[in-house]
Design a binder for this molecule. Structure first.
Ligand SMILES: O=P(O)(O)OC[C@H]1O[C@H](O)[C@H](O)[C@@H](O)[C@@H]1O
Length: 474
């Protein structure tokens, strides 16, 4: 059995193999103890929130966690329904709790479940905190003999109300009711099911809204290969209508987002973040730092400059962005993998809030998402294409071999272009003579080598990626 280890966000494991009821009953109270020791402020209620997504046995694991935390002497608020992870992070903050324990495996395939720990500030706890939980696993202290109270709560009403108040909800509702815009959403069988309709109280065309713990044989990750149904439904609608349509895609626990425009183009967060920066700065008049990770598009600093906003770059992992949000005024922090969060909200990614801001951008500008992005390309005189491929690694030796190559035989030329710079903030990011870049990086969450590239055209992106693929296989 694999040891219990907290990775990029939470402890993940295969259900009934290394993710078991016994282990959840062991980890959850230790997490509560560490939350109490590290994060509890004087005003904290001392309560621990327990939430869950829609995976196989998620609510049963949550009940086990809740009872174990209660028996350790804590008061517990156990969710009476699945909900997006950001709804639990928000509840932790709004209810002044010690934190939240969320049973979710986010975007991983159906065999997985996980346990995320959120602090009372409303975001993921730091690696120092999860290290303390791991350390306690080796030597669990005696737990209190007096059980706390266990009550149920519904996280949805406060979450929906908070999000509604953050945008011009009436303008969005009017645009939908009058048929100016039609909204589609693919919830990937996940925890956002019914969420957008509940917030908007208008018709939203939702696909993959049933609970399917096998996720149709795929994974609840907002990638084009899993979205055939959304593309089909939007295409059929577009044939009969001339109005604007917009499709949103939320991952299994609704902290990642992607979108589809009226013409059926897939828009990753590399395109959505620039649109959001413009919307928040120009139409909402907000200021603050723009945070991107090292894999973020080169257009992001250019748009930040256009609006005189400072830019900050981090390694990959939302914890770095969230950390910065705790100390700095941030406008928006976005990751290439779809996680986008806002200084106006909690230090946490929130796909539903992103969807509302994007809807507001479309409604207020009268432009389709791709039209906004094309205009931004013109305004920054910057056009690019982007793609990523993930190569599965046969074993850890393969990883060591490739790392050795990168360290000991520095690359000077890639796809017949000279390397002009190598940034090692996270992985190896090579800037090439034609202005394009290639990032070679090992995932921190799965056994894959990620290859990322941005260049002037998709053809050049593919040349860089294919070169890297051949290099890795050599
Ligand atoms: O590329 P990886 O190391 O697998 O990380 C991919 C993603 O994993 C998790 O979802 C983290 O919370 C994200 O912040 C990160 O972007």
């Amino acid at each position: 059995m694999n040891p219990i280890k907290f990775g990029t966000d939470g402890w993940r494991g295969i259900i009934a193999d290394d993710f078991t009821f016994d282990r959840v009953a062991l980890v959850a109270p230790l997490a509560a103890q560490v939350l109490a020791q590290t994060g509890g402020s004087d005003g904290s209620s001392g309560t621990v929130i327990v939430g869950y997504d829609r995976r196989f046995l998620a609510e049963e694991f949550a009940k086990t966690a809740a009872v174990a935390v209660q028996n350790a002497g804590f008061d517990v608020l156990l969710s009476e329904s699945y909900a997006p992870t950001p709804a639990f992070s928000l509840a932790a903050k709004q209810l002044n709790a010690l934190g939240a324990i969320v049973l979710t495996a986010s975007h991983n395939p159906g065999a997985y479940l996980g346990l995320k720990v959120k602090g009372g500030f409303g975001g993921s706890v730091s690696p120092e905190v999860t290290q303390q939980i791991e350390a306690k696993l080796d030597n669990p202290a005696a737990l209190s003999a007096t059980p706390g109270k266990l009550e149920n709560f519904n996280p949805w009403p406060a979450y929906c109300k908070t999000l509604r108040e953050m945008v011009d909800i009436e303008a969005i509702k009017e645009a939908i009711a009058s048929g100016k815009i039609t909204v589609f959403v693919d919830v990937m069988h996940g925890a956002a099911a019914g969420g957008l309709a509940q917030i908007l109280e208008e018709t939203v065309h939702e696909v993959n809204s049933d609970r399917d713990p096998l996720f149709g044989g795929g994974a609840p990750e907002p990638l084009p290969r899993y979205l055939s149904q959304l593309f089909r439904v939007m295409r059929t609608h577009q044939r009969k209508s001339s109005g604007l349509s917009i499709g949103f895609v939320f991952d299994g626990d609704s902290d990642r987002i992607a979108a589809v425009d009226s013409s059926g183009n897939f828009l990753s967060s590399q395109i959505l973040v620039p649109i959001l920066i413009e919307h928040l700065a120009k139409r909402r008049g907000l200021a603050g730092e723009v945070i991107k990770t090292v894999s973020g598009s080169d257009i992001i600093p250019k748009i930040a400059k256009l609006y005189d906003l400072p830019l900050f770059e981090t390694p990959i992992g939302y914890k770095y962005i969230a950390d910065r949000m705790l100390t700095t005024q941030v406008l928006v922090g976005g990751e290439e993998s779809g996680g986008i969060g806002y200084g106006t909200h909690i230090p946490e990614r929130d796909a539903l809030l992103s969807a509302l801001y994007l809807l507001e951008a479309v409604v207020k500008s009268g432009e389709d998402l791709s039209e906004i992005y094309s205009r931004l390309q013109q305004e920054t005189s910057f056009t690019s294409a982007y793609d990523r491929i993930d190569l599965h690694l046969a074993n850890m030796e393969e990883r060591s071999r490739l790392l050795g190559l990168l360290e000991n035989q520095p690359l000077t030329e890639i796809a017949c272009k000279a390397v002009v710079d190598c940034n090692k903030v996270d992985g190896y990011k090579f800037r090439l003579a034609d202005g394009s870049w290639l990032l070679i990086r090992f995932s921190g969450t799965e056994p894959v080598l990620r290859l990322y590239s941005e260049a002037a055209t998709l053809k050049e992106v593919m040349q860089n990626l294919n070169w890297a693929k051949a290099w890795a296989h050599n």
